[in-house]
Design a binder for this molecule. Structure first.
Ligand code: NDP
Length: 257
């Protein structure tokens, strides 16, 4: 699978899944446009990509909830086109219908959903020219209710519907739209709920018991899935579950034999 001569815009490229996917896609020849708010971390990712001998990336220090127009414009100005938009930036928060803060709900929805719709809308004319595609980073949480992460689950379930609606609307323009729905992957994402270097081993050990493959996700799992969705022309409107069997383990009775 080669992405030579392809321009790929990746939001949330300063950390975790987005940073790893950016390097992975760049190693396959893509010119990548990296978006994140943290300038220092974004620069570190760009330097790693350059060090690996890949095409020099574009760094865009920006907030997906506010700067969508600038993000698209800077990418087009620099590279002249856009082949793939990877809507990866996302935030986590713990809440429920009992423990509810409307500002927190707005923060989660504006990053995980609203920003993605705005960016996708602005990308359409450019993706139409390249017969390009959109990959949304959704989550297993869009498919199973996590009641103590209510707003996050709602944002990802809504994102899955956005993926399907957009795939239907954009098919006549030859633009595909798909989602990756990953299970737990080891990244700094869980710092928002108090998981850090001192307790992450115990956190992942506890969680992996529910994964049929006996482990939680690694960054290579999500990067290869993002590359697959970005490249495979027969896949459209799909919410691709990459969860080590977590959903099946929760739904089916398990034999002890
Ligand atoms: P990280 O916390 O490592 O990365 C999150 C990224 O999103 C950072 O690069 C951050 O950059 C960026 N980001 C957040 N808010 C904004 C914003 N307003 N504007 C621009 N960038 C923003 O977590 P992950 O890599 O794990 O998460 C990436 C995506 O993967 C999320 O959408 C998440 O929901 C999804 N996911 C994660 C799973 C996991 O288990 N880790 C499982 C399933 C899905 P900065 O701070 O520099 O702005």
């Amino acid at each position: 699978m080669s992405f030579a001569n392809k321009v790929i815009l990746i939001t949330g490229a300063s950390s975790g899944i987005g940073a790893h996917a950016a390097l992975h896609l760049a190693q396959k020849g893509a010119s990548v446009s990296l978006v994140g708010r943290n300038e220092k971390r974004l620069k570190a990712v760009a330097e790693e990509i350059i060090k690996a001998g890949c095409p020099t990336p574009l760094e865009i220090v920006a907030d997906v909830t506010k700067d969508a127009e600038r993000i698209i414009n800077e990418t087009i100005k620099h590279f002249g086109k856009l082949d793939v938009l990877v809507n990866n930036a996302g935030v986590l928060g713990a809440d429920s219908v009992v423990n509810f803060d409307v500002n927190e709900f707005d923060r989660i929805m504006s990053t995980n959903l609203r920003g993605i719709i705005v960016l996708s809308n602005l990308a359409i004319p450019h993706l139409e020219k390249t017969r390009g595609n959109i990959v949304n980073n959704s989550s297993i949480s869009g498919m199973r209710a996590l009641d103590s992460f209510m707003s996050y689950s709602i944002s990802k379930a809504a994102l899955d519907q956005f993926t399907k609606c957009a795939a239907l609307t954009l098919a006549p323009k030859n633009i595909r739209v798909n989602s990756l729905n990953a299970g737990i992957v080891k990244t700094p994402f869980f710092e928002a709920i108090g998981i850090n270097k001192s307790n992450e081993t115990q956190f992942y050990e506890e969680i992996k018991k529910d994964y049929l493959v006996g482990r939680v996700g690694e960054l290579s799992d999500t990067s290869s899935a993002i590359a697959y969705l970005a490249s495979e022309s027969f896949v459209n409107g799909t919410c691709l579950l990459v969860d080590g069997g977590r959903i099946t383990s929760g739904l089916e009775s398990r034999s002890s034999n």
